[in-house]
Design a protein around this ligand. Structure first.
Ligand code: GAF
Length: 388
């Protein structure tokens, strides 16, 4: 499937610019097994890059203009690379402008270039298409102009670009898009940025993404609020237990002892963060042992926390997880990504996939009159040059 996307992108480039692209870059979306909303809380996360990608074609053009075509949107933009980028009303261009701004801020000089890109990452589904856009774009510029920017810095600059656009995200999405490895999930310590690879071996189970096909507009404002609420929780914890610098150093009893000093909301957000950090550690141990039953149980617990304490779920996602809980052949399920719509990630017993997919599609439509979308994904490599 990605070969088709590469051909589409490079053929378009050739027609539009009358030249064969010099660099072709593949930049993946991501899944996350467990560890949601804790990348910005100094926690651990367990994501992986997937075989849904954005393909970019690039060539230098010896001018001062970056001519960029978003093939799927049938839109284009010309950006003067000598000027300081500004936010515009055309949202997709802002992610790219944000990357160009980061280059400027870090003192990198780039010339003009031509670029076309096309994607098969569903947008608004929690699969991190914006991180793939930032990181793939920066990766291509890095290659074209030999800037020598290291992978981790590509991720960090991508994250800063996203902040500039308006979402105060953590590092998980950009990091996993860049360092992903085929058949491996990545345990990232978001405090130190140390990471280790673990076999993505779910033994007798398949990973399925059920896309609720709803995108609630709350995402940006509520996401940024969650960060503020967590900062407030941590501030109160630190004031009372000065040795605690992060939720990972706090246990549930210590937090409960401070309940009366926090608003209900701040307490619930903090409780979720403290518990989720511990769950990821247990989940990694379970995955390494091939104990998928424990992993699945932890995923269900994460969903309960995201829904009740962190309050980033919605009725459609809760319903999909309830359906999963009622199935003997589903071992774990939870909302994935920022929430307020998008996908659940679900572990389904091999052999039962077709029956479960059909059943969920029917019941979901009956309940909400919405078509459920379903993605089977493979755990794949991070951002890279395409070599055919
Ligand atoms: C979004 C953010 F971009 C990530 O940094 C992460 O916080 C995620 O939501 C929730 O885990 O994808």
């Amino acid at each position: 499937m990605n070969e088709i996307l590469v051909k589409k992108t490079t053929d378009f480039f050739q027609q539009k610019f009358n030249s064969v692209a010099d660099k072709v870059v593949l930049s993946p979306g991501r899944i996350n097994i467990i560890g949601e909303h804790i990348d910005y809380n100094d926690g651990y996360v367990l994501p992986a890059a997937i075989d849904k990608i954005i393909c970019f074609a690039f060539e230098k053009n010896n001018t001062n203009t970056a001519n960029i075509y978003a093939i799927d949107l049938d839109e284009s933009v010309g950006i003067d690379v000598t000027q300081e980028p500004q936010l515009t009303d055309v949202v997709w261009t802002n992610y790219l402008r944000g990357v160009l701004l980061q280059l400027k801020l870090k003192g990198f000089k780039v010339g003009g270039f031509n670029c076309s890109f096309s994607s098969n990452i569903p947008t608004g589904s929690g699969l991190s298409s914006s991180a793939a856009l930032e990181c793939g774009f920066l990766y291509g510029i890095n290659e074209m102009f030999n800037l020598g920017i290291k992978s981790i810095d590509i991720a960090l600059m991508g994250q800063s670009a996203e902040h500039w656009v308006g979402i105060n995200c953590g590092i998980m999405d950009q990091f996993s898009s860049v360092v992903g490895l085929e058949n491996k999930v990545i345990k990232i310590d978001c405090r130190t940025l140390d990471y280790t690879y673990h076999e993505a071996n779910f033994v007798d189970y398949s990973l399925i993404l059920f896309d609720s096909n709803v995108k609630h507009s709350l995402f940006t404002s509520e996401y940024n609020n969650r960060r503020l609420e967590c900062n407030e929780g941590l501030r109160i914890i630190h004031e009372n237990f000065p040795q605690i610098e992060s939720f990972r150093d706090c246990d549930v009893d210590q937090l409960i002892s401070l309940k009366s000093k926090m608003s209900d909301t701040v307490f619930k957000r903090s409780l979720y963060a403290v518990k989720e950090i511990k769950r990821v550690i247990q989940a990694c141990e379970a995955l390494d042992k091939g104990d998928i039953a424990t992993l699945g149980k932890l995923m269900f617990e994460t969903h309960d926390g995201l829904s009740n304490d962190y309050e980033v779920s919605c009725v459609e996602l809760d319903y999909l997880v309830d359906l999963a809980k009622a199935e003997e052949d589903v071992i774990g399920s939870r909302l994935m990504g920022g929430g307020f719509g998008g996908c659940t990630i679900t572990l389904v017993k091999k052999g039962s996939e077709a029956v479960i997919k059909e059943k969920f599609t029917k019941l979901y439509f009956e309940k909400f009159n919405i078509d459920l979308k379903i993605y089977d994904v493979k755990v794949s490599n991070g951002t890279s040059l395409y070599n055919n």
